[in-house]
Design a protein around this ligand. Structure first.
Ligand code: GLN
Length: 197
């Protein structure tokens, strides 16, 4: 159907497949995006979890960094999880040398903030705008958000730290809803894409 939003998943590195499945469950047409021509055809984009340093390098290498920045600036709805959240930050603490970001949310993000001893954990997270109780947050070497600018809205916290933020058409979570069977965060993003489309 023509009013079904087409949502890309940036497929340079990371857990692309899980996002494609979650988006399809949330009634979007989901497809991998690797090239500028593919980016030009989508109504929204997910930047997956993975390793932001590698993703950043590959985005530059594949000529995707500038097209990504341009489309986000022009209002493309984007959702980033974990490494994807890092890619959407205007500023990162402890970046690897040469690590670049796409930007889109006025926030400062700390990589690997939840620490090595707790490399991976799950926690129930209450997310503003999502009904039906907390979502199960899967945190894997997850970042947290140190601070946000005036335009950015904090929509979830865990242990006193910001773990989900929205700024206009851009959404970011420290955790990975694509790894659970619960697709409410993806459904929220699909609604954001529909609202723009
Ligand atoms: N720590 C990773 C990074 O800095 C993110 C981990 C993840 O996406 N699960 O990119």
């Amino acid at each position: 159907m023509s009013d079904t939003p087409v949502i890309g998943v940036l497929a340079l590195q990371g857990d692309v497949r899980e996002h494609l499945i979650a988006l399809a469950s949330a009634d979007a047409l989901a497809r991998p995006v690797r090239r500028p021509e593919e980016l030009a055809e989508v109504d929204g984009l997910v930047i997956p979890g993975g390793e932001s340093t590698t993703m950043s390098k590959l985005a530059v290498l594949f000529g995707m960094m500038e097209p990504l920045r341009e489309r986000v600036r022009a209002g493309l709805p984007v959702y980033g999880t974990c490494a994807g959240m890092i890619m959407l930050a205007e500023k990162i603490l402890d970046p690897r040398s040469g690590q670049e970001t796409v930007g889109g949310i006025d926030m400062i993000v700390r990589r690997n903030a939840f620490g090595r001893q707790n490399e991976s954990f799950e926690a129930a997270v209450e997310v503003a705008g999502i009904d039906g109780g907390p979502v199960e947050g899967v945190f894997i070497r997850a970042p947290w958000v140190e601070s946000v600018g005036a335009e950015a809205e904090v929509i979830a916290e865990h242990g006193g730290h910001i773990v989900a933020v929205r700024q206009r058409n851009v959404l970011a979570t420290s955790f990975h809803p694509e790894l659970t069977g619960d697709h409410r965060v993806h459904a929220l993003f699909v609604d954001m894409v529909r609202a723009v489309k």
